[in-house]
Design a protein around this ligand. Structure first.
Ligand SMILES: O=P(O)(O)OC[C@H]1O[C@](O)(COP(=O)(O)O)[C@@H](O)[C@@H]1O
Ligand SMILES: [Mg+2]
Ligand SMILES: [Mg+2]
Length: 336
């Protein structure tokens, strides 16, 4: 069976009713090429000296891994001259990166977590890259982008996706017409369509959360997880399984493939922070994908895609995945 390539799929999207703008098609192809290059480095590991940490810290106060910086550079370089972007923003950069002269500027903004799951880099566990595409405000009129231009609610995303560097290298994306997965044919170097219209089952018996934080959780999350752990003998009347890879991309891909609920909620370790994960380049792109696959995503109070961002590296409490489970744990928050 001849599989569709990423380019064929995107051209079809461009010609179909959704009329994917040509600039977004080209932008996604450039990001996909950059992820292929990142995947190559990840696959080499110690052979090409990309493992280990640097002495520098990013704006989050995290010690950067070599691959965090290498992946960031690859994405910046690949997207600077494409002509579709006005600026970029990244987990690894304090502020935005406007497209420098003399490169032509375009009408879109690209945000990315260049390397997700950094704590797993040196131990050869699956990691990934997450990206999100927004439009420049309509009244920008060719002016240089500002940080404020990036502070758009997630529902305004034009496209989002992740690359997964695991036993297979995959690219999973949406342009608002469902979720599609592509597997990299490493010999040919081409992304081939292998997962059409991915769907998350509404019900599940599998939850993902870092239980080492149990004593720090708020009562609604504590109640939800306790009930899952009580299994058949408890109010849920069924047994639940638990998984936690500690790479958001990998945990979410499992949920996109077979369902489940992923939670990284607020916890009392840093009470002043709404959560650990970042709204603009982790939670928003993943929430867009999850909703496009029939799932749900909230911060306990509201739909994540409706949260109005206040800052580039803003954090958020994340509850997403199988619709009925997300609605239940969100309802527990409303009950207080
Ligand atoms: O180590 P913890 O607390 O379980 O956190 C794991 C989470 O942190 C992250 O690694 C944060 O992302 P980065 O690796 O991009 O900083 C997520 O991928 C993952 O879900
Ligand atoms: Mg991340
Ligand atoms: Mg990261």
């Amino acid at each position: 069976m001849k599989r569709k390539s990423l380019t064929q799929f995107l051209i079809e999207q461009q010609r179909s009713e959704c009329a994917l703008p040509a600039d977004v098609r080209l932008l996604i192809e450039v990001v996909a090429r950059a992820c292929k290059a990142i995947g190559h480095h990840v696959g080499k590991g110690a052979l090409s000296g990309v493992l280990g940490s640097l002495t520098t810290e990013n704006v989050q106060g995290e010690v950067q891994k070599k691959l965090d910086v290498i992946s960031n550079e690859i994405l910046l370089e690949a997207n600077e001259w494409g002509g579709n972007l006005s600026a970029m923003a990244s987990e690894e950069m304090d502020t935005i990166h406007p497209i420098p002269n003399p490169y032509p500027r375009g009408g879109y903004l690209l945000l990315f977590d260049p390397l997700d799951g950094s704590s797993n880099i040196d131990v050869n566990v699956s990691i990934g890259t997450i990206f999100s595409v927004l439009r420049m405000p309509a009244d920008a009129d060719g002016r240089e982008a500002t940080e404020a231009d990036f502070l758009q609610p997630g529902r305004q995303q034009v496209a989002a996706g992740y690359a997964l560097y695991g036993p297979q290298t995959m690219l999973v994306l949406t342009v608002g017409t469902g979720v599609y997965g592509f597997t990299l044919d490493r010999e040919m170097g081409s992304w081939l369509l292998t997962h059409e219209r991915m769907q998350i089952p509404a019900d599940t018996a599998e939850f993902a959360i870092n239980t080492s934080n149990t004593r720090h959780w708020a009562p609604p999350v504590r109640r939800y997880v306790d009930e899952c752990l009580a299994g058949k003998t408890g109010p849920r009347g069924k047994d639940f399984n638990m998984r936690w890879v500690a790479s958001m991309v990998t945990d979410i891909h499992r949920i996109m493939t077979r369902g489940g609920i992923f939670m990284y909620p607020w916890d009392a370790r840093e009470p002043g922070k709404p959560g650990k994960l970042r709204l603009l380049y982790e939670a928003n792109p993943m929430s867009f994908l999850v909703e496009q696959a029939g799932g749900a995503a909230t911060n306990g109070q509201q739909r994540i895609l409706d949260v109005q961002p206040q800052g580039l590296h803003e954090r958020v409490s994340v509850l997403l995945g199988s619709k009925n489970e997300v609605e239940l744990v969100t309802a527990y928050h409303a009950e207080g």
